[in-house]
Each structure stands twice: as structure tokens, then as C-alpha cells.
Design a binder for this molecule. Structure first.
Ligand SMILES: [Zn+2]
Ligand SMILES: [Zn+2]
Length: 110
């Protein structure tokens, strides 16, 4: 199926990029992963380059495979919804971002 068809199939307000760092409406350069979730082409490339390891079940996955959970965070006086990534295998939040350059042990900040 041509990607062009996606523009007609998916209503404009549902055409939201699935990359957690983006979440913006897709007006052009639509692309999709093997699960059929839609992204901007550039966001899909970025997501596939981001690798994570679950520290509970040791599964590794990229950002297109991760699952997300919405949590409420309080910032000053307002509550905002924030997406956090969870392991697609066991649902743990205990993830580590794998740096392509090796080294960094930073925890996942989404
Ligand atoms: Zn995007
Ligand atoms: Zn896990």
C-alpha cells in the first residue's frame, strides 16, 4: 500500500506522529513502522536509532517498539500529562538508554 493513501485514510486530526519526542501533527513526510504506527519520516529514523534496555527483563528495543504510559506530573500549579516509556515486554519503567557511542548511563528522560 502506498504511503500516499495514508493521507486519505487517516483524518487530519488523527495524524499525530508517534515519536514521543514529537507528537505533532503530520502534514507531510508521513511514514510508518512495521506495526503500522505513523511518524514523520525523520522521526521514524530517529526512533529506530534510539535503543533502550529494560533493566528488569534485559530486553532491548528501539523507540518504535517501546510502549508508553501517560502519567500526571505537577509543574508549579498545573497538572500536565507526560508520556513515559515502558518496556514492551514486562511493562517496567526501569529502562536504560543505550548510547550508540557507549558510555552514558543516563536514565531515560522522555
Ligand atoms: Zn514527528
Ligand atoms: Zn522488561
Amino acid at each position: 500500500m502506498s504511503l500516499r493513501i495514508l493521507y486519505r485514510r487517516i483524518p487530519r486530526d488523527k495524524r499525530i506522529c508517534n515519536y514521543y519526542g514529537c507528537q505533532r501533527r503530520i502534514l507531510r513526510n508521513i511514514d510508518r513502522d512495521k506495526e503500522g504506527r505513523i511518524y514523520h519520516h525523520g522521526c521514524l529514523m530517529a526512533a529506530q536509532d534510539e535503543h533502550f534496555r529494560c533493566l528488569d527483563c534485559y530486553r532491548t528495543f528501539d523507540a518504535t517498539e517501546g510502549s508508553f504510559e501517560t502519567v500526571q506530573v505537577q509543574r508549579q500549579d498545573e497538572f500536565r500529562e507526560k508520556l513515559i516509556m515502558i518496556c514492551p515486554n514486562c511493562g517496567s519503567h526501569n529502562l536504560k538508554r543505550l548510547s550508540p557511542f557507549g558510555g552514558s548511563n543516563s536514565h531515560v528522560q522522555v
